[in-house]
Design a protein around this ligand. Structure first.
Ligand code: ADP
Ligand code: F6P
Length: 320
């Protein structure tokens, strides 16, 4: 291939810039021109496309967000949108695309591939919810941010003998919640993969810890399970422990990427270009057993994500 494109799509994630940098530098090192598509699939439809040279990706490896911007683009799911996107690619001589995003973005890449346009998906999302990889770019930074925020909450929770109910992101996956809960020594952790029993999983744990001398409590809850403000009120009413709810929200998506995210992003960006360079498209790259792997996009999208049973058990065993 002589020219490839790169875009970031869906929720942004720390490390996406490092991935874009790796794509650009690897491509140029291999004699391939790179076009950057701004605002994800929306930019592909609107022809918001610029050339990326070596210097255009200088000083971004350490930056959160994405210099290419991102979007959720409903029009891309229509045949008309898809055709506009493919015709804009042709106009710029783009022969293959690196799509950095989550499962939704992979579906878009699959649909382009189905129409004969080769794409390679790179996993970029804080949620770690992509089944074809053990690790997604942004996950480590998001967990560290959540941990830092909850450490701060702990200070005030402890001073006031309170209970803090903290909602973290995850988009249907409990990975951020489980790992963060373990790292902050939470009393309880509620995740979407395990049915939640309010009395057993929250009240009994708080009462047990209190009986053992604990004076403050952190409850980590994945988004989308329950209203954390109501949960805090119920805990206060039932246990008499003053409780507060905090939704960490989009702070988890920002900030300078950690070493792990910069390295993962650079490695996967490199791998994606090396596939396209050899004319191989319709793939997703990722990690299995800590090694870089790639799968057919269809196969990748049909894989089932494994729940991290061990870490969840460690959280519950050590929290008391
Ligand atoms: P993520 O990539 O983080 O999972 P989304 O699910 O919002 O984020 O998907 C990002 C974009 O990918 C969507 O806005 C849409 O443009 C495209 N997309 C998602 N699902 C499909 C689909 N089934 N077919 C085509 N494009 C899709
Ligand atoms: O996929 C990343 C994510 O931050 C999820 O954790 C969350 O559910 C969602 O995106 C939030 O989306 P938005 O930025 O549209 O509010």
């Amino acid at each position: 291939m002589k020219t490839i494109g790169v875009l970031t799509s869906g929720g942004d994630a720390p490390g996406m810039n490092a991935a874009v940098r790796a794509v650009v530098r690897t491509a140029i090192a291999n004699g391939i021109k790179v076009m950057g598509i701004r605002r994800g699939y929306c930019g592909l439809i609107d022809d918001d496309i610029i050339e990326l040279d070596i210097n255009s990706v200088s000083d971004i490896i350490n930056r959160g967000g994405t210099i290419l911007y991102s979007s959720r683009c409903p029009e891309f799911k229509t045949e008309e949108g898809m055709q506009k996107a493919i015709s804009n690619c042709k106009k710029h001589g783009i022969e293959g695309m690196v799509v950095i995003g989550g499962d939704g973005s992979y579906r878009g890449a699959r649909d382009m591939s189905l129409r004969g346009f080769p794409c390679v998906g790179v996993p970029g999302t804080i949620d770690n919810d992509i089944s074809s990889t053990e690790y997604t770019i942004g996950f480590d930074t998001a967990m560290n941010t959540a941990m830092d925020m909850i450490d701060r909450l702990r200070d005030t929770t402890q001073s006031h003998f309170r209970c803090s109910v903290v909602e973290v992101m995850g988009h249907g996956a409990g990975d951020i919640a489980i790992n963060t809960a373990l790292a902050v020594g939470a009393t309880a952790c509620i995740v979407p993969e395990i049915p939640f029993n309010y009395e057993k999983d929250v009240i009994e744990k708080i009462e047990y810890s209190k009986a053992n001398g604990k004076t403050h409590f952190i409850i980590v809850v994945s988004e989308g399970i329950t209203d954390v403000t109501e949960l805090a009120k119920k805990i206060e009413d039932e246990t008499g422990i003053e409780s507060r709810a905090t939704i960490l929200g989009h702070v988890q998506r920002g900030g300078s990427p950690t070493v792990r995210d910069r390295v993962a992003a650079s490695t996967l960006g490199y791998e994606a270009v090396m596939l396209l360079k050899d004319g191989i498209g319709n793939r997703v790259v990722g990690f299995k057993d800590n090694k870089v792997v790639n799968y057919d996009i269809f196969e990748g999208l049909n894989m089932k994500k494994k729940f991290d049973e061990l870490t969840y058990t460690v959280v519950n065993t050590t929290s008391l």
